[in-house]
Design a protein around this ligand. Structure first.
Ligand SMILES: [Zn+2]
Ligand SMILES: [Zn+2]
Length: 343
């Protein structure tokens, strides 16, 4: 089967033997794979500590082709499923530790990621698969990571009792994650400030129905002019470190700061002085991807028409290097999707 892999830092298209499902695993024939900004970071070597060789891609939709022993308790051959869970979890979890039982299986010591959706076939832990209704097409594949990560972050607002009507700033609102977060936050009744960079991207954010669409350079002034003290929460999706500082500047006293995007290591660290903490008294947290249950809830939101995926580029697997270059140049809003995994 055809697959894209990283070999010593070099992105290559290679042929590999088809995978065989093991205990509680399914083999899925992939029909679409989303291109996540994380893939770009991994290919470029932006994150030290992430291996420079191995499979790539963690957003997939496909058909269950075969099942290993015990997997038929979760899915059936022929099911159309979405998989990915953000890549960093969901490949396995023990189900019995304090994190698994507390609803945070990504923190389980035995957790494994789901990576390898840029392939004709993929072997995956069957418990992580979510069966799709027919109304959700293959182009919705970025729900698997982009959508789920946005959903997980917006759900943090609910979990911290931000009531409808609260002001939520979304940084990187035109991107693969941000454009989902804006829709979900609006659906849940929040007032949304969508922040991005450049006329075209801000215009796209406006088209999503936000209360205020604004360029990063004017965001603080415009938000204060419209909402007084600032935002009750900042969701930082942008992969640039500058978005972290801006997210904190946009926050009102006692606000909730949710970090999601991970900038390249060479951008350095996000610094806060203890006096800033004293003055603003923020609640700071990180939000990474989501659980299988989150994925089911998100699929339902999409099936009900509350969340749409904005795909501005499709292509075959062989176009992946070009698509990653375009992504790096900020050439498209929303997401790119690989719709042909065989060529
Ligand atoms: Zn991702
Ligand atoms: Zn566990």
């Amino acid at each position: 089967m055809r697959t894209a892999r990283l070999n010593d830092g070099e992105l290559q298209m290679v042929d590999r033997p088809s995978p065989e499902p093991r205990y509680e695993e399914a083999v899925v024939r992939m029909s679409a794979a989303g291109v996540c900004h994380s893939d770009l970071h991994v290919v470029k070597g932006d994150w030290t500590g992430v291996p420079r060789s191995g499979p790539l891609g963690h957003e997939g939709i496909g058909i269950v082709e075969s099942l290993g022993p015990g997997a038929d308790r979760y899915v059936s051959v022929g099911d159309r499923v979405i998989l990915g869970l953000g890549g960093s979890g969901g490949g396995y979890w023990c189900g019995a530790c304090e994190y698994c039982l507390g609803g945070r299986p990504r923190l389980c010591k035995q957790t494994k990621g789901i990576v390898g959706t840029y392939a004709e076939e993929m072997r995956v832990y069957a418990k992580s698969l979510v069966v799709l209704p027919e109304s959700i097409g293959d182009n919705e594949v970025p729900l698997a990571c982009g959508g789920l990560t946005a959903y997980g972050a917006v759900k943090k607002l609910n979990e911290h009792r931000l009531v409808p009507g609260s002001v939520v700033a979304v940084l990187g609102a035109a991107g693969g994650l941000g454009h989902y977060a804006v829709q979900i936050a609006k659906h849940w009744g929040y007032r949304v400030v969508g922040v991005d960079v450049g006329v075209e991207r801000v215009e796209f954010v406006r088209s999503l129905g936000v209360d205020l669409a604004v360029d990063a350079s004017e965001a603080v002034e415009a938000t204060r002019a419209m909402f007084g003290d600032g935002a009750h929460a900042s969701l930082v999706f942008t992969p640039r470190l500058a978005g972290y500082g801006l997210g904190m500047d946009l926050l009102r006293r006692g606000g909730l700061f949710v970090a999601v995007g991970i900038p390249a290591d060479d951008e350095g660290s996000f610094e806060l002085s203890p006096w800033q903490l004293f003055g603003k008294d923020p609640l700071i947290m990180f939000s990474a991807v989501g659980t299988v249950q989150d994925m089911r809830e998100l699929v339902q939101l999409a099936a009900d028409g509350h969340v749409h995926t904005h795909v501005s580029r499709t292509g075959a697997l062989s176009e992946l290097p070009t698509i990653l270059d375009e992504l790096e140049a900020g050439a498209f809003t929303g997401r790119a999707v690989i719709t042909d995994l065989s060529t």
